[in-house]
Design a protein around this ligand. Structure first.
Ligand code: ACM
Length: 519
């Protein structure tokens, strides 16, 4: 070979090596606009700074002090599930180190109790809040910048830089689950809690008793569960939570910054109790167990003293389990209790509930009583009752059945659910606002929103998921995000981009024709 050929070959090989070197070291197309990330619920404000943070095996998690260590470990576990890296959690009270995700508490007035500030720079991520719950919410948001856990992804894991300042619109963002019509096991409720936490829901109201079943162990009245917990709608086996089970639910929910609100529905919706104890009936005769779906036929006996001993025992035993500040006394659809008796009953039971240290919540019918402004009224059907409460300075939880009832069918073809209040398509659940729905009820009257799932037709977790998702995503956004700029067309694209997160968790959501789902 002459020199010329050798020279040509050598330069050719060198050029090839150079091209290969550049190709390997050129970063892939990077998503550097934080404002286009499909967050749900949408944060209060997002600004982008057009760079990126690379999450890799050099990324560590730093917490300001030991009080945040559990949250640091929880974040590490989430990141491990997504990226297969194993970030080290360390305490660092000083300035964040490079390449770290740094969690700290600060006295920042504008963030309130639940807000957070997430600052993503190319060298580090800082998450600041006033309370641990704010850090928890900031983590939920940060995780939405990454692929969902469980999807095979080799990375690179690139987070666009910018700043998210996020404060919830309403302090109380709840769901209700009816475990009385069909029973849901501790494991099923835990699975529901896992997904609720991702949408920053912070209250889980459990409707523990109804005509068809009594689902919480009361040691001083054991037949409530031995008899009253035996069946469910349709006649299948029911079930109940032991007090240990219930404590475990409270603990697990608490780990997800969710507070349990126990409901014992009274004086109507009580057939299961009336079947368990003859003495609770005015005629002294025990009722038959009931597995149908009619309402309004049962009542505790208002004139009998034993009724109040019973209520006191039930509330006392539940209070000892320390669920949180609220106790829901029901009070809906008590059609077989005369109005004077109903008022007498609710006023006396409210006193019992408060004597055990609880704040009382009642369905909107309970606003017919004498109200001080210490109770909370949950609007479901009657704006007039709720307005009476609001005029009195009593705070409202908004659960209008026509918008928030997750057991309502999407349309006439929906295989599960009911439609006595409305058909609620995914856009109907999103296109409304609690502050403008009813004349005379405004933002100043509203403590929060709650999204109930009644379970006459909902038998298991797959049914639950189908009725709840994707509607709950939009409802959670109404409860968390600013009203200004809320727009279905923008939201439905975000929703379509969000659903791989539901798919990754195997959630059986309803594929509404109103949304252009990804292929
Ligand atoms: C209710 O839906 N009966 C509160």
């Amino acid at each position: 070979m002459n020199n010329k050929i050798i020279w040509k070959l050598a330069t050719g090989v060198l050029t090839l090596l150079l091209v290969m070197f550049i190709a390997c070291n050129t970063p892939p197309e990077e998503p550097t606009d934080l404002t286009t990330t499909p967050f749900i619920p949408k944060p209060t404000s997002v600004t982008a700074t057009a760079k990126s943070f690379h999450l890799d095996n050099r990324t560590g998690i730093e917490v300001q002090d030991a009080t945040l260590e559990d949250l640091g470990n929880a974040l590490a576990n989430h990141l491990k599930a997504i990226t297969k890296t194993d970030p080290v959690v360390s305490v660092n009270a000083g300035n964040p180190s490079g390449r770290s995700i740094h969690l700290s508490l600060a006295g920042a007035e504008d963030l309130g109790d639940q807000g957070y500030l997430l600052t993503i720079e190319s060298g580090q991520i800082k998450l600041v809040a006033n309370q641990p719950v704010g850090i928890y919410y900031g983590i939920q948001t940060l995780l939405q910048t990454l692929p969902p856990a469980g999807t095979p992804s080799e990375g690179p894991f690139i987070i666009p830089t910018g700043e998210i300042r996020d404060i919830p619109r309403f302090a109380y963002r709840g769901v209700m689950l009816d475990v009385a019509r069909h029973f849901f096991s501790v494991e099923e409720v835990k699975k529901y809690i896992d997904i609720l936490a991702e949408q920053k829901i912070n209250y889980l109201h459990l409707h523990l008793t109804d005509d068809q079943g009594w689902r919480i162990e009361i040691k001083s009245w054991p037949e409530l569960t031995a008899t009253g917990g035996r069946l469910e709608v349709g006649g299948g086996p029911g079930g109940f939570y032991t007090q240990e089970d219930f404590k475990e639910l409270i603990r697990y929910a608490g780990e997800h910054f969710i507070t349990i609100v126990p409901e014992v529905d009274m004086p109507g919706h009580t057939n299961a109790a009336l079947a368990s104890y003859a003495e609770l009936n005015c005629d002294g005769k025990a009722r038959e167990l009931y597995t149908g779906t009619e309402v309004g036929f049962s009542s505790l006996c208002v004139p009998k003293e034993i009724t109040y001993q019973f209520v006191d025992d039930v509330v006392r035993e539940i209070a000892a389990l320390k669920p949180g500040p609220y106790f829901h006394l029901g009070g809906d659809e008590s059609h077989s209790t005369g109005l004077p008796d109903f008022i007498k009953f609710v006023e006396r039971v409210r006193g019992i509930v408060r004597s055990h240290g609880f704040i009382d919540i009642g369905w909107d019918e309970t606003a017919q009583t004498e109200l001080d402004n210490q109770s909370i009224i949950q609007l479901w059907a009657s704006a007039d009752f709720a307005r009476k409460a609001a005029d009195n300075g009593t705070k409202l939880i908004m659960s209008p059945a026509t918008k928030t009832y997750l057991d309502m069918q999407y349309d006439s073809l929906t295989p599960l659910g009911l439609h006595w209040a409305a058909y609620i398509e995914v856009d109907d659940a999103y296109n409304w606002d609690p502050t403008t729905l009813f004349p005379g009820i405004g933002a100043e009257d509203i403590m929060g929103l709650e999204f109930p799932l009644w379970t006459e037709t909902v038998t298991d977790l797959k049914d639950l998921e189908f009725m709840v998702y994707p509607r709950l995503l939009g409802l959670a956004e109404i409860a968390w995000s600013p009203k200004e700029g809320r727009n279905w067309n923008e939201y439905k694209d975000r929703l379509a981009q969000y659903v791989p997160r539901l798919d990754a968790q195997g959630i059986n959501y309803y594929k509404s024709p109103k949304v252009d789902w990804p292929e």
